[in-house]
Ligand binder design. Structure first.
Ligand SMILES: C[S@@+](CC[C@H](N)C(=O)[O-])C[C@H]1O[C@@H](n2cnc3c(N)ncnc32)[C@H](O)[C@@H]1O
Length: 260
């Protein structure tokens, strides 16, 4: 059986793109918050490394705000769409998209180093083992200058699942219907999810595909310890980078750390 990463992000990139695109709308606010936060660290421009960048919403919108961005993703389809969006936003010369596995980050990213900012958005961690994540953040540290800022944004966390866990949910995105079935094991902090996609067909729904995946969910303290081992010191934790409200069990996790 193929691993879920290839199934969801490569084989069914057409379906996942439909989930990535609506997130561009809220990204203006996220990026405005990121800019404000970076300014508070004395940074108004520089180089940015976007880990697991998808179709580039953070890279492209940060490039529009003066940063030179490098986005890395395993899915060529997302990067192709990201390159098109960079052209539409007039920032092709400020964004580079590189295809590859972030577990081999230092082999993929050869230019624009050392980076001033590293980002990882929308729960793009916990896909492999915590040791793999440690290895990715260690490599990101090697590619960054001392004092660089790491922003892990809009990420699922164990505190949220302990209160808000929902075993099922339903969503519609244009003509796509998505059913989610979830299981969460608090002992291993592992979340198993099944996404079933249907196309709306009049009053009926036509089955398209089903993708099962499993990922590790971090608590703020576990993630912060992992980052510490990788050479990043956590400096702040927010529920939203846009509003700077503190993180709570009801918000997403947004962790800020600096390269030490
Ligand atoms: C939930 S999406 C987040 C996309 C983007 N960060 C955003 O906020 O819109 C996760 C992304 O991780 C990418 N990905 C998964 N495993 C990867 C790997 N080993 N190396 C690089 N990218 C990976 C997927 O292709 C997908 O684009």
């Amino acid at each position: 059986m193929k691993d879920w990463i290839s199934r969801l992000f490569i084989d069914r990139s057409d379906l996942f793109l439909k989930l990535l695109n609506p997130r561009w709308v809220g990204t203006e606010g996220l990026v405005a918050g990121m800019i404000k936060l970076l300014e508070s660290y004395g940074m108004s421009s520089g180089t940015l490394l976007d880990l697991c960048c998808g179709n580039g919403r953070i890279s492209v919108l940060m490039a529009k705000r003066g940063f030179k961005a490098v986005g890395v993703d395993i899915s060529e389809a997302f990067l192709k769409d990201g390159r098109r969006k960079a052209r539409e936003h007039g920032v092709s010369d400020r964004v580079t998209f590189l295809k590859g596995d972030v577990r081999k980050l230092e082999q993929i990213v050869r230019r624009n180093r050392p980076f001033d900012v590293v980002t990882s958005g929308w729960t793009s961690i916990g896909y492999y083992s915590p040791d793999d994540d440690l290895n990715v953040f260690r490599q990101a540290r090697h590619l960054s200058r001392d004092g660089a800022v790491l922003l892990i944004t809009e990420t699922m966390h164990t505190e949220y699942l302990s209160i808000k866990f929902a075993p099922t949910s339903y969503s519609e995105i244009d003509d796509l219907v998505m059913l989610e079935d979830r299981q969460y094991d608090p002992i291993s902090a592992s979340a198993k999810t099944c996404w079933t996609f249907y196309a709306k067909d009049g009053k009926n729904m036509k089955f398209i595909d089903r993708v099962d995946f499993e990922n590790h969910i971090y608590s703020a303290s576990e993630l912060s310890s992992l980052l510490q081992k990788a050479g990043w010191q956590t400096t702040a934790l927010y529920g939203s980078i846009e509003t700077m409200q503190p993180m709570s069990p009801l918000t997403s996790m947004n962790m800020v750390a600096r390269a030490v």
